[in-house]
Design a protein around this ligand. Structure first.
Ligand code: NAD
Length: 440
């Protein structure tokens, strides 16, 4: 089987590489020439554990090729995946310009049957719009070439993307033809050997499933962050409450950790896009509006605690930050809480030393050298009056108190992910602030 993946970002590259791993002949297309040049040389432009080795292996086996020219592979392909970005438009809706541009290319090029799959996260009705654009182009060419649409939303998590793709909890595919269903079933067969379900449904339901999944997860996070605020007001500890409720199998213990707010390339934009879809239909999604409000406030919660601790005066104080990416195991900083906190601290004229195991380059690309980046986590503590831990990278879990004591000017720790033991920190003379926990 031969497939083309258009859009070689987190999703397109992982999808293409994992299909190539099963022996499918894959070509990944992107308009970004620099990216394709790097990939042709086996250099993976994103940080994703396990991916680079797989890319290298499949380039060598010639199951994975890269190109900027969609014409190089589309005419021979059985399936084309659209995996381009769908960033938020000014009004919050998903910007479909890239998706529709690819649809137009497909309509201009195909000359035999193909299954066109939307893998990007797209609002209900997008597959129909893609179908109409392709049909429009075929009409201009005075051709009647059969093709089918399918919607195959992606649920991989950055940081675990390869593992998630190879061993998915479930694969959701929306189709409206038996021919497309058969082809998609064959393509995904190698990933189903561990009994993971392949769920076929109609196309609009598949499109909405992706948004509903992300909205549910974001709701759990914002709910727990609200409970954390209530814990602080009442003297309860949100970690205890989490363990207490998570042991109920109806609730479960995933995604109920209080923290510094959710970020990333998906949750914020997908929640806004779903709110907009509902608004366009004359309906207000009350829960999701609240989820977003709570999260916006939560991204500032550490800053507010810092400001209060230093009696509103941060001028010229050195503040250390551990963790810049929106979560561990990725260099992705899209909508990362760290960006909000840095901006707020700079407005108050604090001086920032920041360390992250992989996201420093990405941070520099976004905000430049307005803060000081350090090579290791302890260098970031030199002369510091407070440490803020924003991302829970495993290497931050165990603290070397002796070194910290030597380097820091005052021993204050703001734990944005509740990963430390407040009693232990107190023993070592630290002032500890968590999220939804007592301050020591
Ligand atoms: P990304 O920004 O990392 O990659 C998108 C790529 O598409 C870029 O390399 C860009 O150059 C390319 N592109 C844009 N227009 C193009 C065109 N006309 N032709 C060819 N290439 C083009 O994005 P991503 O994170 O991979 O996300 C892609 C889609 O998948 C989005 O809709 C996103 O919401 C969804 N998604 C993302 C994740 C995730 O964790 N990143 C998870 C599930 C779903």
């Amino acid at each position: 089987m031969k497939i083309t993946i258009v859009g070689t970002g987190y999703v397109g590259l992982v999808t293409g590489t994992c299909f190539a791993e099963t022996g499918v002949d894959v070509t990944c297309i992107d308009t970004d020439k620099e990216k394709i040049k790097k990939l042709k040389n086996g250099v993976v432009p994103i940080y994703e554990p396990g991916l680079e080795k797989m890319v290298e292996r499949n380039i060598q086996k010639q199951t994975l090729t890269f190109s900027t020219d969609i014409k190089s592979s589309l005419p021979d392909s059985d399936v084309v995946f659209i995996a381009v970005g769908t960033p938020p438009d000014e009004d919050g809706s998903a910007d479909l310009k890239n998706v529709l541009a690819v649809a137009s290319d497909i309509g201009k090029i195909i000359d035999k049957y193909i299954v066109v799959v939307t893998k990007s996260t797209v609002p209900v009705g997008t597959a129909e719009r893609v179908r109409a654009v392709i049909q429009g182009e075929l009409k201009k060419r005075k051709l009647k070439i059969p093709f089918d649409m399918a919607s195959n939303p992606e649920f991989l998590k950055e940081g675990d993307a390869v593992e998630d793709f190879l061993r998915p909890d479930r694969i959701v595919i929306g189709v409206d033809s038996e021919r497309a269903e058969k082809i998609m079933k064959r393509l995904y067969h190698p990933f189903l050997l561990n009994n993971h379900p392949l769920i076929f449904m109609d196309i609009p339901s598949a499109e909405l499933t992706k948004y509903a999944a992300n909205s549910m997860l974001a709701t759990k996070i914002s709910f727990m962050n609200e409970i954390a605020t209530l814990c602080e007001l009442t003297g309860a500890d949100v970690n205890m409450v989490r363990i207490g409720i998570g042991s109920d199998s109806r609730i479960g213990n995933k995604f109920i950790y209080a923290g510094a707010g959710y970020g990333g390339s998906c949750f914020p934009k997908d929640i806004r896009a779903l709110i907009k879809t509902a608004k366009d239909k004359g309906y207000s999604l009350k829960i999701l509006n609240a989820v977003e409000d709570v999260n916006n406030a939560q991204k500032e919660i550490l800053f507010r605690k810092i400001l209060k601790h230093f009696h509103q005066d941060l001028e010229n104080r050195v503040i250390s930050i551990w963790g810049l990416s929106f979560k561990p195991n990725t260099d992705d900083m899209r909508e990362a809480p760290a960006l909000t906190i840095i901006q707020k601290l700079l407005e108050k004229k604090a001086r920032i030393n920041a360390y992250d195991p992989v996201a420093i380059n990405e941070c520099r690309n976004r905000i430049g050298d307005v803060i000081n980046y350090t090579k290791d986590r302890y260098e970031a503590l030199i002369d510091s009056e407070a440490l803020i831990v924003i991302t829970e990278w495993p290497e931050f879990r165990l603290l070397n108190y002796k070194v910290m004591e030597k380097l820091m000017k005052s021993k204050v720790l703001f734990d944005g992910r509740n990963i430390y033991d407040p009693d232990e920190l107190k023993e070592y003379g630290f002032t500890y602030y968590g999220i939804g926990r007592k301050t020591h």
